[in-house]
Design a binder for this molecule. Structure first.
Ligand SMILES: NC(=O)C1=CN([C@@H]2O[C@H](COP(=O)(O)OP(=O)(O)OC[C@H]3O[C@@H](n4cnc5c(N)ncnc54)[C@H](O)[C@@H]3O)[C@@H](O)[C@H]2O)C=CC1
Ligand SMILES: O=C([O-])CC(=O)C(=O)O
Length: 355
């Protein structure tokens, strides 16, 4: 069911005053950005920023394709009205739909947010039975309707295993282009570390997340450095190992649950922010900075091939990335990296019927 039938498309005619500004700013062809769960909390937090050019650049016109379940179309209509009221110069058109072929049609970027969030006392993998099958259907639809070059970011939990399900059902896409989001975990780790050291987050480099977006994830500081008083130091030389293992690690690993307890709902603004960070860095590049991306393992570091596992990557731009290879991995890291891989193998076993 297409919402565009109910509210009409927000197109150039409706945004004529601002679209002429977009035309004068850029002659780039518009890119198609599909967003599922567009009427949910994360969608609401991210869409205005996406429309404002924070996802793909301030010179990149976009067509937004907003996907919801049929019962989400009413609130989606309100979100579309607000987007229209934002008069975004880069926004070429907006469509709201519950039809997957329409929503993913010719998509360049798919942000897969739509899924049930967890409540207090649940682990993310408790969402498996409710959410994983969503990604089978969406994988098939993306396979059929999106561009073969589309870049897909899975946010809905359990994100890594949902991305695995999606990839198995979208054989036309290169699995390298199907990611699950662990950028929020990386951002959380940076925030906690900067707070502890009394420095800025951009003073810290090469801090990364390995494995699952779950409480078994491994936020690794063994390769990380920080600028402190104008000098570059290794984090492992200045951070107390007891604070690292007893405070920092569990704080980052369980941050999602702590936010649910505090807010009564799971992270939304920070999740939307991290999804924007992930896609922006993929398309616009982030130089020598390491970015944590959960993507099909190629077997490096002994991680079982094919598992969607977070690994540090470099993002040169244009939708490309390379994994950081040949790092020295100490015994503690090996243990942590294999514990989170083990959880992902268990999760994979739970969704065998969808692969
Ligand atoms: N990977 C990460 O770092 C994070 C992941 N999440 C996950 O993101 C997901 C969404 O969270 P919220 O936006 O807070 O939830 P929400 O409940 O506020 O919104 C979810 C939206 O998705 C829609 N939806 C459900 N099934 C759908 C489907 N098959 N197709 C299209 N839309 C569908 C719902 O109608 C709803 O509007 C949850 O699974 C949550 O656990 C949340 C925070 C961080
Ligand atoms: O914890 C949750 O359920 C939501 C989420 O993934 C996060 O905040 O990292």
């Amino acid at each position: 069911m297409a919402l565009s039938q109910a509210v009409g498309r927000v197109g150039r005619s409706l945004l004529s005053s601002s679209s002429s500004r977009a035309m004068s700013m850029s002659v780039k062809p518009a890119m198609n950005v599909a967003v599922t769960g567009a009427a949910g909390q994360i969608g609401y937090a991210a869409l205005m920023r996406i429309a404002n050019g924070e996802l793909l650049g301030k010179d990149q016109p976009i067509n937004l394709k907003l996907i919801e379940v049929p019962q989400g179309l009413k609130p989606l209509k309100g979100v579309m009205m607000e987007i229209q009221d934002g008069a975004f110069p880069l926004l070429n058109s907006v469509v709201g739909t519950a039809d997957l072929s329409e929503g993913f049609g010719d998509a360049d970027v798919c942000l897969l947010i739509g899924a049930r969030p967890r409540g207090p006392g649940m682990e993310r993998k408790d969402l498996m039975s409710a959410n994983a099958s969503i990604f089978k259907d969406q994988g098939k639809a993306i396979n059929k309707s999106a561009k073969k070059t589309a870049k897909v970011l899975v946010v809905g939990n359990p994100a890594n295993t949902n991305a695995l399900v999606l990839s198995a059902n979208a054989p036309n896409l290169d699995p390298k282009h199907i990611h699950a989001m662990t950028r929020l975990d990386q951002n959380r780790a940076l925030g906690q570390m900067a707070l502890k050291l009394g420095i800025g987050v951009s003073d810290i480099e090469k801090l990364c997340i390995w494995g699952n977006h779950s409480s078994t994830q491994y936020p690794d500081i063994t390769h990380a450095t920080a600028m402190i008083d104008g000098k570059k130091v290794r984090l492992s030389d200045v951070i107390d190992s007891k604070w690292y293992s007893e405070t920092f690690l569990p704080t980052v690993q369980k941050r999602g649950a702590a936010i649910i307890t505090a807010r009564g709902a799971s992270s939304a603004a920070s999740a939307g922010n991290s999804a924007i960070d992930h896609v922006r860095d993929l398309f616009l590049g982030s130089g020598s900075a390491w970015q944590s991306i959960a993507v099909a393992s190629d077997g490096s570091y002994g991680i079982p091939k094919g598992l969607v596992y977070s690994i540090p990557c470099l993002c040169p731009g244009d939708g490309k990335f390379t994994m950081v290879k040949d790092l020295k991995v100490d015994e503690y890291s090996k243990k942590m990296m294999s514990a989170t891989a083990k959880e992902l193998v268990e999760e994979r076993d739970m969704v065998r019927h969808l692969l």
